[in-house]
Design a binder for this molecule. Structure first.
Ligand SMILES: [Zn+2]
Length: 236
């Protein structure tokens, strides 16, 4: 039991670290291996000891070893979030090969969420690769999936028109993501997905208002809220 938990934490935190590298580098066309990890301020190359997920952040007290600049919190948050998610999946009997397509969708969506937070755009390569693998896996190895093609098409049309007409535009990346998920989700889950995503985004906006942080003329990344909503539906 303890061994399983330790393995989940180790694998999850390493995956989290790798996902952050993908999300930081792919949208700006950088290779995943070169240049090697370095401090964005003093450009010093990081030693292996500086790259251990979670541990390095605690060991270095959240600062660069050389110039004492604060290390971005994002990577450590994701390194904690993925093992936490895996532990929740494990304790709710969702960490199983049976749910592989859904887990791939969730992990891909987490990478896309980080990209959305950092750059407000999604990499089409990661989008198609992650969701494509999940889709092919479900189609080939799992019970025949019902493809809600008409729903997805109708949603794409509706959201595109709303996005075109509204002043505060919905990101087209978000629209494509919702429509891709709509292919495999039934209408009931789709309604819940939109409800959970919009209400959690609204809570976040209210939080920003309470902190007197202005969001006028600012775009809010929506993929993290969609991903959160998908995870809730997956666990139900
Ligand atoms: Zn530095």
């Amino acid at each position: 039991m303890i061994i399983i938990i330790v393995v989940i934490i180790l694998v999850g935190s390493c995956l989290g670290s790798f996902f952050t590298v993908i999300a930081e580098r792919v949208p700006i066309g950088l290779s995943l291996v070169s240049p090697s990890s370095h401090c964005p301020r003093c450009k010093n190359k990081l030693k292996p000891l500086d790259l251990i997920p979670i541990f390095s952040f605690l060991f270095l007290k959240g600062k660069c070893r050389y110039c004492q600049t604060k290390i971005q919190l994002m990577s450590t948050v994701i390194e904690c979030l993925i093992p936490l998610l895996f532990l929740i999946f494990y304790y709710t009997n969702h960490l199983s090969i049976v749910y592989l397509p859904e887990i791939i969708i969730i992990l891909t969506s987490i990478i896309l969420s980080i990209m959305d937070i950092l750059y407000l755009e999604l990499s089409p390569t990661i989008f198609l690769l992650g969701y494509g693998i999940s889709f092919v896996l479900s189609y080939l190895f799992y019970q025949p999936i019902h493809i809600h093609f008409i729903n997805a098409l109708l949603l794409y049309f509706t959201f595109s028109v709303i996005s075109y007409l509204s002043i505060s535009k919905i990101g087209l990346g978000d629209v494509k993501l919702i429509c891709f998920w709509a292919l495999t989700l039934n209408i009931n889950n789709l309604v819940y997905l939109l409800l959970y995503a919009t209400s959690s985004a609204l809570l976040y906006i209210l939080y920003l208002y309470s902190k007197k942080i202005s969001i006028q003329n600012k775009k809010i990344p929506f993929v993290p809220f969609l991903t959160f909503a998908y995870i809730i539906i997956f666990l139900q």
